[in-house]
Design a protein around this ligand. Structure first.
Ligand code: UFG
Length: 345
């Protein structure tokens, strides 16, 4: 049975593309809007190879209100939106705050403004565990305090959550599910899609897999003097396909009115904290490939430790992140190998 039409902004990006696959496999029809600022058109081929369906694609910027209006006219009947379109590099946001506020906030406000007139019932918003800052207590629940943002990027996530809350409180006839992601990693098990950062990766896993491939000489471990068992920072690394599946459940929940609440917030993590050194070890064990690495000084602004209490998503959304870390590491490596086969990396 053909289900509703869903607009996925940023749908050729890392998490977006994995979510498009899951949506299509669940029977939804998908329209992607993406400006290709941090992705490329070939991702559509990967999605089609996995699902047998090529999603509709509009190359445009969500800050462009006219382009969005045209999209809603050209693709009638969109019932839900998943908003991934955003700039996401923490360091860059400190250098270019206006770019971050403009991209991330204007995109969201444009979508919220157009939803009622176009009959769109709900929006799923990509938020981040960055809203919890350095938590006083781990694991964090959705009730854990929101801390002052430490970067413009983090601030856009906090402000976005407030914008959605205020718009719904004003009586707008829409619903929202806000998803606070922990650290998404890995790739689709087919190795047809995955993470493809521009330039030198800032995040741990792409840097690690590029080092394992010999593209980078050595992985720098940022600090081993933290107050953690092995001294390196702890995160909750969540498999990107598990994460993508939560979006399908969130869309269903909104569109099928499974909750009376107009706005709901869920942590999406595994509930398991893993240190940088443990992650390197898990990668080496899972793949048999060594990762040359050295300990260097701390990275400014890093959180010491944060991991999720995912009980609410488990119980209310009926979702569990059940991939093992080893399988996830193998998927990240298979994707890196695929990029090499294709001469991309
Ligand atoms: N790390 C290294 N070496 C590297 C890169 C990272 O040791 O070359 C360490 C970091 O110090 C950190 C861990 O690996 O301890 C994870 O770092 P990432 O950069 O991969 O991820 P972050 O947790 O810093 O940031 C991520 C997302 C942000 C999001 C944030 C929420 O990139 O978008 O999680 O906490 F806001």
């Amino acid at each position: 049975m053909k289900k509703d039409r869903i607009l996925v902004t940023g749908g050729t990006g890392y998490i977006g593309s994995h979510t498009v696959v899951e949506l299509q496999q669940a029977g939804y029809s998908v329209v992607i809007i993406d400006n290709l600022s941090n992705s490329n058109r070939d991702v559509l081929d990967g999605i089609e190879r996995i699902t047998g369906i090529r999603p509709d694609f509009v190359e445009a910027d969500c800050t462009d209100m006219d382009a969005l209006k045209r999209l809603f006219a050209d693709y009638p009947g969109i019932k839900g939106i998943i908003n991934f379109a955003a700039s996401k590099a923490v360091g860059e946001s400190v250098q270019k705050p206006i770019l971050y506020y403009r991209n991330n906030l204007n995109t969201l406000m444009n979508l919220l403004e157009l939803m009622p007139d176009n009959g769109v019932k709900g929006i799923v918003f990509s938020s981040s565990c960055t809203v919890y800052g350095e938590p006083d207590v781990n694991p964090v629940t959705e009730q854990s305090p929101i801390k002052n943002a430490t970067s413009p990027y983090g601030n856009t996530k906090q402000i976005s959550e407030e914008i959605i809350t205020d718009v719904i409180a004003s009586g707008a006839p829409i619903k929202s599910v806000i998803l606070r992601y922990f650290n998404p990693v890995g790739a689709h098990p087919t190795a047809e899609i995955g993470e493809l950062p521009n330039g030198v990766p800032q995040n741990l896993i792409p840097y690690l897999t590029q080092t394992a491939m010999g593209i980078r000489k050595e992985l720098s471990v940022f600090g081993n003097d933290y107050n953690t068992p092995d001294g390196s920072c702890i995160r909750d690394y969540i498999n990107v396909v598990d994460l993508a599946k939560a979006h399908v459940l969130a869309v269903e929940r909104m569109l099928e009115d499974k909750s009376d609440d107009k706005i709901e917030i869920f942590n999406l993590g595994t509930g398991r904290g893993t240190s940088v050194l443990e992650l390197i070890n898990a990668f080496e064990t899972a793949t048999g490939v060594k990762v040359p690495h050295k300990i260097v000084g701390r990275r400014e602004g890093d959180i010491e430790k944060v991991w999720a209490n995912p009980d609410k998503a488990n119980n209310v959304l009926g979702w569990v992140a059940d991939s093992t870390l080893e399988d996830t590491m193998r998927s990240a490596w298979a994707w890196q190998c695929r990029l090499r086969e294709r001469g991309i990396m």
